[in-house]
Design a protein around this ligand. Structure first.
Ligand code: C2E
Ligand code: MG
Ligand code: MG
Length: 741
């Protein structure tokens, strides 16, 4: 919801910003356009005013040619000649000067000639023009009075300096006119006026023709001239025409150029579309950015979750446990509470995983996680710290509460789990650390719980056990032993003994190499004790090299015997194991065909390609493979199917039961038949009594190894036995009791 709101917020903000920008840009453009238009208008108005003034000057110049003329003075003033006036004023002004009106006033300002529209008219019509012309005439008379006397009459010499004229806009009969009055004067002074001279008045109507002329000249559109009493509404550009006295007599109007507006109309659409596009782009970028940020936040959250949670079960993982236990211990320190850490290990998980594959293992883990979750009280956390290792962290624990919880978990885990491939029994062992001293850290609490869990497992699995300080002592002793073993390996402190393997004819056909460690202080330590220590402590490859080298060397002493060497599961999983053996063969000169590698069935080999490949390579190198402790594992048959072995060794536990349990012989018989069916050799180990031997024989097993014939002995003893025992007749050997005790 928050995200959606944010999306809308982003769009709204961007849209608002876009609209404001758009408005600002459009506003600025409008203002620029308006200014351009105002400038253009002012310019046009000046143009029109100057144009009108120009026309006035042109008219004055034109009239001056007729007024400043000796003939005009003679015919209009000295002796008024109506014909002359008609021809040279009326007709001439109308036809060539395009004047609508022309008048001649005598020395007393009385009209003596009048023309309107090209025709002579009654002098009384001058009254229409009197008001408009009176100021002009007055001006001219004043100028005339100021004029210097006309100089003599030197023939063909101009006597006039400049015309005496006055012009104005004026209204005649309601029509606006440009009116010009001009004093009639000499040009060459051939005649001389007495008193005041006549005045010539001409008017050009500012009509449609005039408008067209102005429009053409100044490139103006829709130019009209209106009389002052006939003015339509003010629209477009206007210029008022005023009399010299400042009274309006008409108006010129036209449609002004709007360069700004036309520019705007061209610029605005692309600018607006551009801005809208930009806005859309910004919004889309913002949204995309937001999406990317959201994806990033999500993936960060996912990464964080993954960093602190187990991928398969979704439970907190070890990293999360470390954080939580630190918090819990911190809180416990402050509040005086006690923290409980419970380490839970599944008893037979590896078996399921190896037998049915990882998919099955995963399903089992999921089922177990669900069970733990359902049992775990609120406030406590279930954590998956490793493959089949779980931890429950209790923030406020007591021994009673933890014991109760552990009991329930053990009981619940003892119940079968139904999985798609069938029903499995797992079981769990639990170690509990009730932290009395909150000064310790989470790692230590977990280590204590683990120690207790090992103790629970040692005690027979499916149990729980509280951590006690003596476990630490035991662990410390184990660590010490590890150090001593390392020392023994480095100082050649281990030895090899060999236990004979006999065939049905009492012949020694092979020996099994077994390692021995005589601890300088503790005395002999059993390999079943220190081999796992070597495996855990990372010493196994060193121990392996040690025993292989010795056994390989010794094998050369007995070319007629097969020498069996035990291989640790940890070793066989090392990728370079076959290479290691190849090097040792080269070094010792041993024959691989003489060497049998014993792999314990109980080691629960993982069903992986690599182990199978190692098996294939070892056999290709000439080694033979034997499956040790056969029958003790849970998946003997599937092993035989998956791994190419040459021999199986029936475990001592079956041999022990011979003659004790009735079915024991049948079981051994079944194993023997299985071996025969698969074309494998078979040998029974741990044979101690004659009756066991008899039982084995009845079951079909003739090859045997055990105290009945010999305990593991020094190599020198094997050499000796080869001389003595093999030399004896067969019968004696078969029934021979212990040869070496
Ligand atoms: P394993 O391979 O099953 O060896 C047979 C064990 O049974 C030997 O114990 C042997 O002494 C014992 N044994 C033989 N005959 C009898 C008998 O008649 N009665 C009884 N009660 N025991 C008998 P050991 O030597 O203590 O070895 C125990 C295990 O330690 C071996 O079991 C093997 O898994 C491992 N081991 C021994 N030596 C080596 C070694 O050099 N390398 C590796 N990786 N493991 C070794
Ligand atoms: Mg063995
Ligand atoms: Mg064995």
């Amino acid at each position: 919801m928050g995200n959606k709101n944010f999306g809308i917020g982003v769009v709204a903000t961007a849209a608002a910003a876009g609209v404001v920008t758009l408005a600002a840009v459009v506003g600025i453009l409008f203002s620029i356009a308006r200014h351009a238009d105002l400038d253009a208008e002012a310019h046009e108005r000046t143009q029109v005013l100057h144009g009108l003034a120009g026309v006035m000057r042109e008219k004055e110049a034109w009239i001056a040619r007729q007024a400043d003329w000796d003939d005009a003075l003679l015919n209009l003033g000295i002796a008024f000649n109506p014909d002359w006036a008609r021809a040279n004023v009326g007709q001439y002004f109308s036809n060539l000067g395009h004047f609508e009106r022309a008048y001649v006033l005598d020395a007393d300002n009385r009209p003596v000639y009048a023309m309107n529209g090209g025709k002579d008219v009654a002098l009384a019509q001058f009254e229409q023009a009197r008001a408009a012309t009176e100021p002009l005439v007055r001006q001219i008379r004043e100028a005339e009075a100021r004029r210097s006397p006309i100089a003599g009459s030197a023939p063909y010499r101009t006597v006039l300096s400049k015309p005496i004229q006055a012009s104005t806009f004026g209204s005649i009969d309601g029509v606006p006119y440009i009116i010009t009055a001009s004093l009639v004067q000499n040009d060459f002074g051939r005649v001389r006026a007495r008193g005041r001279a006549p005045v010539l008045i001409a008017g050009e109507a500012l009509n449609r023709d005039f408008a067209r002329l102005m429009a053409d000249r100044f490139l103006l559109k829709d130019l009209h001239v209106h009389a002052v009493d006939n003015m339509p509404d003010d629209k477009g550009q206007t210029s008022f025409m005023l009399t010299n006295g400042g009274a309006p007599i008409g108006r010129v109007d036209w449609t002004g150029h709007r360069p700004g507006l036309s520019l705007l109309s061209r610029v605005l659409p692309p600018v607006i579309s551009g801005l809208i596009l930009l806005l859309a782009l910004t919004v889309s970028l913002l949204l995309r950015g937001r999406r990317a940020t959201r994806a990033l936040v999500a993936s960060e959250a996912r990464a964080r979750h993954m960093a602190f949670h187990d991928l398969l079960t979704g439970l907190p993982n070890r990293a999360m446990f470390n954080e939580r236990v630190a918090e819990a211990l911190d809180q416990a320190r402050r509040q005086g509470a006690r923290v409980g850490v419970m380490a839970i290990d599944l008893d037979r998980f590896k078996l399921v995983n190896d037998t049915y594959g990882h998919g099955a293992g995963d399903q089992l883990i999921l089922a177990v996680a669900a069970r733990l979750n359902s049992l775990c009280p609120a406030g406590d956390s279930v954590v998956r710290v490793g493959g089949d290792e779980f931890v429950i962290l209790s923030r406020d624990a007591s021994a009673g509460r933890l014991a109760h919880l552990a009991r329930r978990i053990v009981d619940r885990m003892a119940e079968p789990v139904d999985l798609p491939f069938g029903r499995v029994f797992v079981g769990a062992s639990i170690g509990i650390s009730l932290v009395e001293d909150p000064g310790i850290d989470g790692a230590e609490a977990l280590r204590q719980a683990d120690l207790a869990m090992y103790r629970a497992k040692e005690g027979g699995r499916g149990r729980f056990c509280f951590f006690e300080p003596d476990m630490d002592t035991a662990m410390k002793a184990r660590r010490q032993l590890e150090a001593d073993l390392r020392e023994a390996l480095n100082s050649d402190g281990l030895t090899m003994v060999y236990q004979p393997q006999m065939n049905g004819h009492g012949r020694m056909t092979g020996v099994e190499a077994l390692v021995r460690w005589n601890h300088p202080e503790s005395g002999p330590i059993a390999p079943s004790y220190f081999v796992p220590i070597a495996e855990e402590g990372g010493l196994i490859s060193q121990l392996g090299v040690y025993t292989f080298r010795k056994a390989f060397l010794d094998s050369r002493r007995w070319p007629q015997l097969r020498v069996a060497v035990n291989v640790s599961a940890v070793q066989i999983r090392a990728v370079d194991f076959p290479d290691l053996l190849a090097d040792l063969l080269k070094e010792t000169g041993a024959d691989p065909h003489q060497i049998e590698l014993e792999i314990t069935e109980g080691i629960l080999l993982a069903d992986d390609e690599q182990t199978q490949e190692t098996f294939r390579r070892l056999r290709a190198m000439g080694f033979s493979l034997a499956l040790d402790d056969f029958g003790t594992g849970y998946s003997s048959l599937s092993y035989l199917r998956r791994y190419p072995v040459d021999k199986i060794k029936i475990d001592r536990s079956f041999v022990n039961n011979l003659g004790v349990e009735k079915e024991a012989e049948a079981v051994v018989g079944a194993i023997v038949r299985l071996a025969q069916a698969l074309n494998l050799r078979v040998i029974a180990e741990g044979v101690e009594t004659e009756s066991q031997l008899e039982g084995l024989k009845r079951a079909g097993c003739t090859d045997i190894q055990g105290y009945l014939y010999s305990k593991p002995v020094d190599p020198a003893d094997i050499s000796r036995m080869l001389v003595t025992v093999q030399a004896r007749p067969l019968d004696a050997a078969v029934s021979g009791t212990a040869l070496v005790k």
